[in-house]
Design a protein around this ligand. Structure first.
Ligand code: BDR
Ligand code: CA
Length: 311
């Protein structure tokens, strides 16, 4: 059973990933560490508390972390108008944020894992600020982190937040570079792969089997249209963040390659990620890059896990 911290910036597709994880017996979710990203920190934290409340998993703490990127000026997601999930879409509950800072929570969890001869997995589905801060402040915690599964980056597909950059990396490129160079095994789940699995209204309908959580997810995905026929050539939209959870519980759905991965941190193209698939740089691979997903298998798995929140 993977011990997992979900580092997130909810966010509509973060909501799907969090609900999926909380319904998956393969994962022992230690807690959520929350970062600013899609929207400001106070909203990502409020949204996370609502999601945990709806899932009925009050044993899972929500920790607030970094309110902005390490170096660059702050940018929000393209759905920034979502803000705090509207009460009509996502019912409020009574889950409150923990007093412990998210970075401290990551550090403490990693050290506890080392003491008991284990490691934790960080499932990072927002900008990598919290994870980078933990690694900069306390480099010893790298030993307690078995892997960082990071939704982020774009290689041959290029970007969506800018023509060259994926949002999570664009929002804090310096943090991404620190995490990629940390020596912790990194699994990179880029747009190239997440763009392959497109969800349609028919799939969103099936989320409704998942009780109050499923209903909230249905409301979010049907309110904020994420389809882009011009780009994808067919109807439907990706649910990027949930692929990280699927990778942990059903890796056979994916194809991956090892590569040296890096980030452009300054200049006009900041946030641009590159993967040296053809060994042009003479560098040892630092990442497993997930290149392909079994679309039908991933969609079915997400729908099945959301349904577990139902009666
Ligand atoms: C990522 O950016 C955000 O919009 C999503 O929550 C996801 O984590 C996709 O590029
Ligand atoms: Ca996210």
């Amino acid at each position: 059973r993977h011990k997992v911290i979900i580092d997130a910036d909810p966010g509509v597709d973060d909501a799907a990933a969090i609900f999926m994880a909380l319904a998956s017996p393969e994962l022992d979710v230690l807690g959520l560490s929350i970062v600013a990203g899609n929207v400001a920190l106070r909203d990502t934290v409020a949204n996370a508390c609502k999601l945990v409340g709806l899932s009925g998993r009050r044993d899972v703490p929500v920790h607030a972390g970094a309110a902005g990127p390490l170096v660059r000026e702050q940018v929000y997601g393209k759905y920034a108008r979502i803000g705090a999930f509207d009460d009509n879409l996502v019912r409020p509950g009574d889950v409150t944020v923990s007093e412990e800072h998210a970075v401290h929570f990551i550090v403490r969890s990693a050290r506890e894992a080392v003491r008991s001869g284990e490691t934790i997995t960080i499932c990072a589905i927002g900008p990598l600020t919290n994870v980078a801060l933990a690694l900069i402040q306390h480099p010893d915690v790298a030993r307690g982190i078995g892997q960082i599964v990071s939704m982020g980056g774009a290689f041959e597909a290029l970007g969506h937040r800018t023509p060259w950059a994926e949002f999570n990396i664009y929002a804090d490129p310096d943090a991404a570079e620190i995490v990629y160079r940390s020596g912790v095994p990194i699994v990179v789940m880029p747009l190239d792969m997440t763009f392959q699995a497109l969800f349609t209204p028919e799939h969103f309908d099936r989320f409704r089997a998942g009780g109050a959580a499923g209903e909230a997810l249905y409301n979010l995905f049907t309110t904020f249209d994420r389809s882009d026929v011009k780009r994808f050539g067919r109807p439907g939209g990706p649910i990027h963040d949930a692929t990280t959870i699927a990778w942990l519980i059903r890796p056979q759905l994916f194809t991956s390659r090892k590569a040296f991965v890096g980030v452009q941190v300054t200049g006009f193209t900041k946030g641009y990620t590159y993967a040296d698939f053809y060994q042009k740089m003479d560098r040892e691979p630092n990442a497993t890059v997930v290149t392909d997903v079994d679309e039908a298998g991933f969609i079915a798995l997400l729908i099945e896990r959301i349904a577990r929140h139902g009666p």
